[in-house]
Ligand binder design. Structure first.
Ligand code: 3PG
Length: 308
């Protein structure tokens, strides 16, 4: 039986990425299907019914979706964070889940630095701003996105620090970045802190008031990770207490109206998550996803499996 591959993306890939995925799938002898900008979960539930492989972005792959995909063998998250997929339930059902680490990292990193310039220059409103050069930059976690942020920040001649609970200090130092001993030390040291932690039970709400209050004067918190890692009430509290505190994010907060009402000029949010929304990132992540599917079906390769 011909394998069926479904690309299901509420937020569509660039057309070049879709064409590339289709070509690789068809060359491997698979049937290619596309479900873009679908209106609700029921459309996804319907579309997975007879497919063997599923490629998604931030699309929610819940128990219901997994149950509907009776023939599902593999799900690939074309991107880094897989908090949108119930990976344990997939494992119970014998379904392999993978991500495509690093493929969209440069795109996210460029957005982080772009938002930093934007806020440092008062959102290009014509008033005098500040420069990034010589400022301290802290990276919370040192994965693929953070490494790219470090590379670009060094180009701006920023003083770059990082903390990662799982990466030895020597490894961080090898990249020309200054390792620190704790999350607290990172926040205490750096005027800019950029979040690169995944969303897990441990990280949910972990960026809280006690941590944020450690940041030096003229602090800017940068979030291209996930909204849920921030304790939003703690963030609002620090921004109420300190008018030198800014927040820029690729994810809209739950209480956006509070920011609008109280913190004019001190925040910026993209209209929808767009860190990975470049043609290049879509091609990189999309083609990696289909190649991983082909390698899995043809050779049993589980190199990027996240639910082993
Ligand atoms: C990721 O985890 O890869 C990024 O957050 C990008 O997500 P997206 O594919 O939904 O844009």
């Amino acid at each position: 039986m011909k394998k069926i591959v479904l690309v299901a993306t509420v937020k569509p890939f660039a057309s070049e990425a879709v064409e590339g995925i289709k070509k690789i799938a068809e060359e491997a002898g698979y049937e290619f299907r596309l479900l873009e900008k679908y209106p609700d979960q029921s459309a996804l539930i319907d579309a997975v019914k007879d497919v063997n492989a599923l490629i998604v972005r931030s699309d929610k792959v819940t128990q219901e979706v997994i149950d509907a995909g009776q023939n599902l063998e593999i799900i690939v998250r074309a991107g880094a964070g897989f908090d949108n997929i119930d990976i344990q339930y997939a494992k119970q059902k014998g379904i392999v889940v993978m991500n495509t680490p690093g493929q969209n990292a440069n795109a996210v990193a460029e957005l982080a630095l772009g938002m930093m310039v934007f806020i440092a220059r008062n959102q290009f409103n014509g008033k005098p701003g500040t420069e990034l050069k010589g400022k301290t930059m802290g990276l919370l976690a040192f994965g693929n996105v953070a490494r790219n942020v470090a590379r670009i920040a060094k180009g701006f001649e920023m003083d770059v620090y990082a903390y990662d609970a799982f990466i030895p200090k020597e490894k961080i130092a090898e990249s020309g970045v200054k390792p620190v001993d704790s999350v607290e030390e990172l926040f205490r040291t750096c005027q800019y802190v950029s979040l690169h932690i995944p969303l897990t039970d441990q990280t949910r709400g972990s960026i809280n008031y006690d941590l944020l209050k450690l940041m030096p004067k003229n602090a800017t918190l940068v979030n291209t990770a996930r909204g849920e890692v921030i304790d939003e009430d703690g963030l609002i509290r620090i921004m109420e207490e300190r008018d030198d505190f800014k927040y820029i994010s690729d994810i809209k907060p739950e209480k956006e109206e509070v920011f609008k009402e109280k913190f004019e000029g001190r925040y910026f949010f993209t209209p929808k998550k767009m860190g990975a929304q470049t043609k290049e990132a879509n091609i990189n992540a999309g083609l990696a996803a289909i190649r991983q599917i082909v390698n899995y079906f043809e050779k049993g390769d589980t190199a990027f499996q996240v639910n082993k």
